[in-house]
Design a binder for this molecule. Structure first.
Ligand SMILES: [Zn+2]
Length: 88
């Protein structure tokens, strides 16, 4: 993945779209790839995005609906139920 000093992960877009637009994309992508903490097992950096809005933890296997680019939306503060709860 192309990464640059200025726009980080948005460096994949090369010189296209202009730097101010790429900086905005960078802010979103950095949140998406940041090390998120699992809400179920509290492991750090095990959470990844399966697809838009669907997040999964590598460690405990829980899958839940979050925001498009972050594991939690404002709404998730009230709804803390996984879609798929793994049996232990
Ligand atoms: Zn977990």
């Amino acid at each position: 993945m192309g990464r640059t000093k200025v726009v980080g992960p948005a460096g994949r877009y090369g010189t296209r779209y202009g730097v101010s637009l790429r900086k905005r994309v960078r802010d979103v992508l950095l949140k998406r790839y940041a090390k998120h903490t699992c809400p179920f097992c509290e492991a750090k950096g095990t959470v990844y995005r399966i697809t838009t809005g669907i997040w999964k933890c590598r460690k405990c296997g829980n899958t839940w609906a979050g925001a498009a680019y972050t594991p939690f939306s404002e709404l998730a503060t009230y709804i803390k139920k996984p879609i798929v709860k793994k049996e232990y």
